[in-house]
Design a protein around this ligand. Structure first.
Ligand code: NAD
Length: 268
């Protein structure tokens, strides 16, 4: 008896997820792999651990998983990564701009080099990947661009000038790209998470506990989740599930949108 394998929804598609060696990006990459997409991972980390992650994803989901270690703060490196994705994976059908860094300081004490790095990684890298990916998406008449912004793309918080400016910029870029390619079955949307439990958040818990001289539990309840009405961290799988939906045919009319996943934070 022949066992017929059902075709998974994203078989034949390639999803490139920036900053996918950890946290939300890895969760999104895993969600796309589960739908049958070929994956291009990117991000920093220990070489052996990254290779281990790559192999595990490949084996668990029976898809090809590639990796490119481009430093997204450098436009030329982004170009090399996009050329690699075209040569090795046939181009990018689903582009997820997720890589991001954070630095917290009052604006008059904010180190200019941190400002430049945050703008380069959190905002400009998305411009560089999008401009490289669009010609192939237009030719195929299919493309899904998903920018992982933040609730801080919609509202501000003290001490996060560069991050908030970059994430607001991502929402602006999202709208313009959506308008420019609306007739080509290419959508461009932003996901705006509140707090999601990842290594980036763990670092903030540790830093703020040290800065304020209080316990991590106090930082979680009184600082991080203070503005998040449902009082829980979102999980990376929830962001992955939304990204998969945005890549589906059912979401083809959703474009130029900023979608909060923030437990009600921006409803205030
Ligand atoms: P994370 O620190 O766990 O992961 C960040 C990823 O970006 C890693 O893979 C890292 O290697 C990569 N990266 C950093 N600098 C890079 C560079 N120069 N070149 C290439 N890769 C680089 O963080 P996370 O919490 O998973 O955050 C992912 C995205 O989600 C970020 O854009 C962040 O702003 C956004 N976000 C996170 C939260 C949250 O609560 N975790 C909330 C809102 C938005």
């Amino acid at each position: 008896m022949t066992i017929m394998k059902t075709k998974r929804p994203l078989e034949g598609r390639t999803a490139l997820v920036t900053g996918s060696t950890s946290g939300i990006g890895l969760g999104i990459a895993e969600a796309f792999a589960a739908q049958g997409a070929r994956i291009v991972l990117n991000g920093f980390g220990d070489k052996m651990q990254i290779e281990d992650t790559r192999q595990k994803l490949e084996q668990s989901h029976d898809v090809a998983v590639l990796y490119h270690g481009a430093d997204l703060s450098k436009a030329a490196a982004v170009g090399e990564m996009m050329a690699y994705a075209k040569a090795e994976a046939g181009g990018v059908d689903i582009l997820v701009n997720n890589a991001g860094i954070q630095h917290v300081a009052p604006v008059d004490e904010f180190p200019p080099e941190k400002w430049d790095a945050i703008l380069a990684i959190n905002l400009s890298s998305a411009f560089h990947t999008i401009r490289a990916a669009l010609p192939d998406m237009k030719a195929r008449k299919y493309g899904r661009i998903i920018n992982v912004a933040s609730a801080h793309g919609l509202v501000g918080s003290p001490f996060k000038s560069a991050y908030v400016a970059a994430k607001h910029g991502v929402l602006g870029l999202t709208k313009v790209v959506a308008l420019e390619v609306a007739e080509s079955n290419i959508t461009c949307n932003a996901i705006c998470p509140g707090y999601v439990y990842t290594p980036l958040v763990e670092k903030q818990i540790v830093d703020q506990a040290k800065a304020h001289g209080v316990s991590r539990e106090r930082v979680i309840s009184d600082v991080l989740l203070k503005a998040q009405p449902n009082k829980r961290f979102a999980q990376v799988a929830e962001i992955g599930a939304l990204a998969v939906f945005l890549a589906s045919d059912a979401a083809q009319s959703i474009t130029g949108a900023a979608l909060p996943v923030d437990g009600g934070w921006t409803a205030h």
